[in-house]
Design a protein around this ligand. Structure first.
Ligand code: ATP
Length: 929
């Protein structure tokens, strides 16, 4: 790396890449004993044993402790000529000046040790060689300049000037300290230099003579500056010049001032002389230890002027001259010590290139281009790598973006599918709540496709329901542990009132729709012989057996999953088709019943047709009802009550044109009487009147094995009594008042209602009717005369069930076989579920209070199971159906209304039947359907 410095004359000096650090070349020259020394019988104690080592030889015992051997770059014995000293210790270094490097050669030693003798010869040889070099290098143009100074008493004197006025030292930024107004002679040839040297010698001799006859007290510095310019100058241009100086330094004697024994002016002289020498020694010593710290160059004129030669931009050599005389041994050893220290000093010489402005511009342009290329190279490599990396990163980012986009699309698609699936499931659950109900007792509301086992009580193990509702899995035979747990869990559920109205309305809509489905299926079976839409034939019984087997086989979880998946996937379309089919069936029903108009109207029925038809329907879970022993509980299918929508105007227009706008559609061939006025009703009433004992258990249940005659004689179509009620309570009351007129032996309805209800409860227990159905019915019908028909229908069905159980026949509902075992299990699960929920949600103390409040005896399973009935019975005092529903739900374990099956909500609404809210609800349901 080049270093540019500007000179005062406008030229620029460029320092080319330096040499590596170079130690001062130190050599020792041992002169021979002088004649004077010999005359004093002085002896030589020093011997140069080789080119590098000088040893002290002495027999003096007090000198034995001194070092005896000194090694330097070169040692010259007394036999060595000055030429040899030059050649081997100075030439190569001095000739560096022609290459643009500064160089200095010092002669250091005590007085009369041969400094001047040696330096004079070296200077001559060097000048000669330099000129020889110049002569040998004609391609270059050399300019040699010569100057000479003397430093005496720290005063600088120009030896080429007759003026002895001390010269000042100036600090030049390029060349360092320079001597102001120093004469610098340009040499014309070697003889010119010889002439100048003679002048300098003369000047010095003059000074020395005036000061000291025997010893030089001054420091002499001869400087030869060599400027060379390449004539072709291939490297730096024509105007570039190498410039360097070589200093020939003949130092004053190094002996101490004290040794001079001087005083006064001589002492001052010695001090000044030694000041420069001492400073030189200090500088050398410091430099020998490295460049750290302050180097006191400026403490003396000598060191200041020769600063570059002492550890700077110069090649330096020191020739220590020494006298071999024993009398000078101390000074000799001091000189050797100095020399030893000096050889540790390193310098850093550089080629000094002086350039003109033009050359400098060219050089700078060249250097700039080189640096730009280097920079471009440096930048291009990482930049190229960066570009590659950036492209790779961009590629990765683009790839990731694409993946994110794809994943986002997949996520969106999955979300859509999930929503659709949830919607589908929700629709299916809404449309087929029995599959998702917590209890199998709710299955009766399911619009079941053929062979769908979920319509049977065997589905009451209902893992699907449990999954959805997160209900505990009830164990079949956990009855013994019923409510025996001492734990007192707390109710921590959310506000059960939240979202109640909406859920309730939706649930009732579902109920209505599901009942339509059941009704539809029943009407499609023309040869029914049961009273509740059952079709029981020999062929059907065989089929039922097969279906039972199939149903049992399908109880495996794997099959369940498949079926549920299929159901889930096809539920919507299936149900949609079923709805359409239902509508068609309803229309057909309307048409078929038109022919019976006269029959119905002839019976004096005053039922009015409203926008909705109320249908009471009961499906029977099984025809395998085992005996009637106490405790042998069998499940009984539930009863649904729905509001059917108006079929269509066309259908209504085709209805009988009687004044009555209501009808009782009765497809039986025997009676076309109203339910309350039919023979069946009479039979039932008789049974009730006779059978009910004080305990509330009808005697015929336990004593009469023969089922009522109506069950075996009356076709199922007769038993199935779809009843259309008016949409308003006034219409219903009007119709019922006419009905009451026709019912001569049922004038005291409240009393009979109680009897009916007791009988129904008894039959519920006997037939193991699901609890929900019991509660539903119990809460729905509370003694209103308009409910009489429903009471009778319920009794008909219960008698039928009891009869079927006694016969041991197979019951089939909607094409599905119902087994008693599965029904019984369903009932047990229902009980356990209610019990666990009740136990879980209520603390023991709270349960006890509830039991006491509702007179629930825990020693009876049946009584415990009456808990819900009692509660619902009492809810009639509640003004708000929501509170009623919530209380019911809590009691039976459904803490959150959203977990309540639709029955609870339906019950709640029905308990407020006739209220404005109830009517609104029904209207809403009708509008939705
Ligand atoms: N190597 C040598 N061979 C023969 N004579 C020498 C040699 N060195 C020095 N002399 C002689 O010794 C004398 C003193 O030498 P010189 O003057 O060079 O000493 P100096 O160190 O320069 O003394 P000063 O410090 O007083 O100048 C001279 O007469 C010189 O000729």
């Amino acid at each position: 790396m080049s270093v540019l410095s500007l000179s005062l004359d406008g030229e620029s000096v460029v320092h080319e890449p330096p040499f590596s650090e170079e130690k001062i070349f130190v050599s020792v020259r041992l002169r021979p004993l002088s004649d004077r020394e010999i005359s004093r019988n002085d002896v030589s104690d020093w011997e140069c044993i080789n080119k590098n080592t000088i040893v002290f030889k002495t027999s003096m015992p007090d000198r034995s402790l001194f070092p005896t051997a000194y090694t330097f770059d070169r040692v010259f014995g007394s036999e060595c000529s000055t030429r040899q000293v030059y050649e081997e210790g100075a030439k190569e270094l001095i000739l560096s000046v022609v290459s643009g490097m500064n160089c200095s050669i010092f002669a250091y030693g005590q007085t009369s040790s041969g400094k001047t003798y040696t330096m004079s010869g070296i200077t001559q040889f060097a000048v000669s060689d330099i000129y020889d070099y110049v002569e040998m290098h004609k391609e270059r143009e050399f300019v040699l300049k010569f100057s000479a100074i003397e430093i005496y008493n720290e005063a600088v004197r120009d030896l080429l000037s007759p003026d002895s006025t001390p010269l000042r030292l100036l600090d030049d930024p390029e060349r360092g300290t320079v001597v102001e107004k120093l004469t610098e002679e340009t040499l014309t040839d070697s003889s010119h230099l010889q002439e100048l040297l003679s002048i300098c010698e003369a000047q010095r001799q003059i000074g020395e003579t005036s000061l000291n006859e025997t010893s030089s007290r001054s420091h002499q510095i001869l400087r030869l500056t060599v400027e060379s310019s390449s004539r072709e100058n291939l490297s730096y241009g024509k105007c570039s010049t190498l410039t360097a100086s070589v200093n020939f330094v003949d130092l004053a004697g190094s002996e101490r001032a004290s040794q001079t024994l001087a005083a006064g002016a001589r002492l001052k002289e010695g001090s000044h002389i030694n000041r420069s020498l001492l400073t030189l020694g200090t500088v050398i010593r410091k430099l020998s230890k490295g460049r750290n710290g302050h180097v006191p160059y400026r403490d003396s004129k000598l060191t200041r002027i020769l600063q570059n030669s002492l550890g700077g931009n110069a090649r330096t050599a020191i020739i220590c001259t020494m006298s071999p005389a024993r009398s000078h041994v101390e000074q000799s050893k001091n000189s050797l010590s100095f020399a030893s220290c000096a050889k540790e000093v390193a310098t850093n010489a550089q080629v000094n290139l002086v350039m003109s402005d033009k050359a400098l511009v060219k050089q700078l342009q060249k250097e700039l281009a080189r640096l730009e290329n280097q920079l471009a190279s440096l930048v291009s490599t990482p930049a190229g790598n960066s570009c590659v990396l950036l492209r790779e990163k961009d590629h990765v980012i683009a790839k990731k973006d694409k993946e994110i986009k794809e994943l986002t699309e997949q996520l969106n698609a999955a979300q859509v599918q999930l929503e659709e699936l949830l919607k589908s499931i929700g629709e299916e659950r809404d449309l087929r709540p029995d599959e998702y109900a917590a209890s199998g007792s709710f299955e009766v509301f399911k619009p079941t496709p053929v062979h769908s086992r979920s319509n049977t009580y065997g589905d009451l193990d209902g893992h699907l329901s449990n999954k959805i509702l997160q209900l505990p899995e009830a164990e079949e035979d956990a009855e013994d542990n019923f409510l025996l747990d001492d734990s007192t869990p707390e109710f921590l559920g959310p506000d059960p009132c939240h979202g109640f109205e909406e859920i309730a309305q939706r649930k009732n809509e579902e109920s209505q729709y599901n009942c339509e489905q059941v009704q539809c299926t029943e009407l499609e079976e023309p040869n029914v012989k049961d009273m509740a839409g059952l079709t029981i034939t020999e062929e059907k019984e065989k089929e039922a057996v097969r279906d039972t087997k199939e149903s049992l086989m399908r109880t495996t979880s794997e099959e369940d999953e498949k079926l549920k998946k299929m159901d889930t996937d096809n539920s919507y379309q299936t149900l949609k088709q079923q709805i359409q089919q239902l509508q068609r069936t309803i229309n057909q029903m309307g048409q078929s019943t038109s022919s019976e108009e006269d029959l119905s109207s002839s019976k004096g029925l005053t039922w009015t047709r409203s926008k909705s038809r109320r249908l009471v329907h009961m499906t029977i879970p099984s025809d395998l009802w085992p005996g009637h022993e106490e405790g042998n509980e069998k499940a009984l299918p539930a009863v649904t009550e729905v509001d059917l929508p108006e079929t269509s105007k066309d259908v209504e227009e085709k209805l009988p044109g009687s004044e009555s706008n209501a009808e009782i559609r009765k497809t039986g061939s025997e009676d076309s009487q109203s339910p309350l006025n039919s023979g069946l009703s009479e039979e039932i009433i008789k049974e009730i009147d006779v059978g009910v004992d004080d305990t509330g258990v009808p005697s015929f249940v336990s004593g009469v094995t023969k089922p009522p005659e109506f069950q075996s004689e009356t076709p199922a179509s007769d038993i199935l009594v779809p009843i259309a009620l008016t949409g308003t309570s006034d219409e219903r009351k009007g119709a019922l008042s006419q009905e009451r007129g026709a019912r001569q032996h049922h004038g005291d309805w409240p009393q009979r209602f109680e009897k009916y209800r007791k009988k129904i409860i008894e039959l519920w227990v006997r037939c193991n009717v699901p609890l929900v159905h019991r509660s539903y019915f119990f809460l729905t019908f509370k003694g209103d005369e308009s409910d009489s028909v429903y009471m009778e229908v319920e009794l008909r069905r219960l008698f039928f069930l009891k009869d079927m159980v006694a016969k041991g026949t197979t019951a089939m509902i909607d094409g599905h076989v119902i087994s008693s075992e599965t029904s019984m299990k369903a009932l047990n699960r229902e009980r356990q579920f209610f019990a666990k929920q009740l136990q879980k949600k209520y603390g023991e103390k709270e349960r006890e209070e509830l039991y006491q409040k509702w007179n629930i005896k825990l020693d009876s399973k049946q009584r415990r199971l009456q808990l819900a009935f009692r509660l619902w019975t009492e809810t009639k005092d509640m003004k708000h159906m929501k509170d009623s529903a919530i209380l019911v739900a809590k009691l039976v374990g459904y803490v959150e209304p959203r977990h309540c099956p639709k029955e609870f909500f339906g019950l709640s609404y029905l308990t407020t039947s006739g209220s404005q809210k109830s009517c609104s609800w029904r209207d809403n349901v009708s509008s939705l359907l």
